[in-house]
Design a binder for this molecule. Structure first.
Ligand SMILES: [Zn+2]
Length: 172
């Protein structure tokens, strides 16, 4: 810490106290040069990032929105609400660890997919189809095929989800 009186950068902490609700730590410090005392406060930085959307707009990370989209992907699947909340919690924890100010919606989507893939593969494909905005059916099928390949045969196979084949627009 830089002493507010003389600018010296070495000090010793003479007292540390946790703030009322534990939201900060207050430290009394003594400058090793001029011996004067001053106080610093340490706060946990609120690091949940802003989400940068495809069009460049930014919005605060919205836990409820994330939870809602995961719940929707898990609709009619045997995934409990607790499991969904765990995933949301894990994603939040990852965002805290990342400690970046921003995350692109794409990156956030990948993070969610990473978790959903382990949770429920149908939910994963549903979410992926929305988030990645598959541009054509081929891309979508590749994803599904990839899943079927590393999925051991069991009754819980991923059924192709109704995606209307759009006529491919030829670009020259
Ligand atoms: Zn000083």
């Amino acid at each position: 810490m830089k002493c507010p009186f003389c600018g010296h950068t070495e000090d010793r902490v003479v007292d540390s106290r946790v703030g009322r609700d534990g939201e900060f730590i207050r430290r009394r410090r003594e400058c090793l040069k001029c011996r004067r005392r001053y106080t610093t406060y340490e706060y946990i930085e609120d690091v949940l990032p802003h989400v940068v959307k495809r069009d460049g707009r930014r919005e605060p990370f919205d836990r409820q929105k994330l939870r809602g989209s995961i719940l929707k992907a898990c609709e009619k699947r045997s995934v409990g609400v607790q499991a969904v909340d765990d995933v949301v919690g894990e994603i939040e924890a990852r965002l805290h660890e990342r400690a970046e100010r921003e995350i692109s919606s794409k990156e956030l989507g990948e993070l969610v997919m990473e978790h959903l893939q382990r949770l429920d593969q149908v939910a994963y494909v549903r979410f992926a189809s929305v988030y990645r905005q598959f541009t054509d059916v081929t891309q979508f099928m590749t994803e599904v095929r990839g899943l079927l390949k590393d999925d051991k045969p069991k009754e819980d196979k991923v059924k192709p989800i109704a995606v209307k084949p759009r006529p491919l627009v030829k670009t020259k």
